[in-house]
Write a protein that binds this ligand. Structure first.
Ligand code: HEM
Length: 135
């Protein structure tokens, strides 16, 4: 599977939007209001921004064929259990990122782009599941 359209979608979004953070978390909390409470310690939103930046870094590494991104994702599944974040929420979070990109890109969002993202989401599901089976 190649992911160049995933890369392209992130580049186009970066041109159009300086910071995806508010868009992503607004959508997340609208779709799943119970997630807001998980961030009770993050009153100044610093963790939310840093978290999204690191999550996108992991995506960039995975689509570039690196090993670091998948390992990071596995580690986060384990550390986030300590924040009461269930593993299934990782899929929700990344799906929200995809929906945010689609919204931003409007006419430039294509079915092929969506398909590559779906492929990546499935791959990340496997990575998340593997984190659980090794702990
Ligand atoms: C690859 C995906 C993710 C990465 C790289 C990531 C990264 C991080 C990082 C770096 C922190 C800050 C840790 C600290 O300095 O205290 C954090 C905290 C947190 N993350 Fe994530 N995260 C990811 C996915 C998620 C998901 C899917 C959720 C669920 C909505 C989530 C919810 C939280 C919460 C609730 C905190 C704690 C906030 C706090 O109490 O300070 N994270 N995450």
């Amino acid at each position: 599977m190649t992911y160049e359209l995933v890369m392209q979608s992130l580049e186009l979004a970066a041109e159009r939007c300086e910071d995806l953070t508010p868009l992503v978390y607004e959508r997340l909390f609208t779709e799943q209001p119970d997630m807001r409470a998980l961030f009770w310690r993050d009153a100044n939103h610093a963790v939310k921004g840093e978290m999204l930046a690191q999550a996108i870094e992991a995506v960039l590494d995975m689509i570039g064929g690196g090993r670091y991104g998948a390992r990071m994702l596995q580690n986060e599944v384990v550390t986030h259990a300590g924040y009461d974040v269930p593993p299934a929420v990782f899929r929700t979070f990344f799906s929200v990122v995809v929906a945010t990109l689609a919204d931003l890109l409007q006419g430039d969002w294509t079915p092929d782009m969506a398909a590559q993202w779906q492929g990546l989401l499935s791959y990340m599901d496997e990575v998340v599941a593997s984190a659980l089976s090794t702990t």
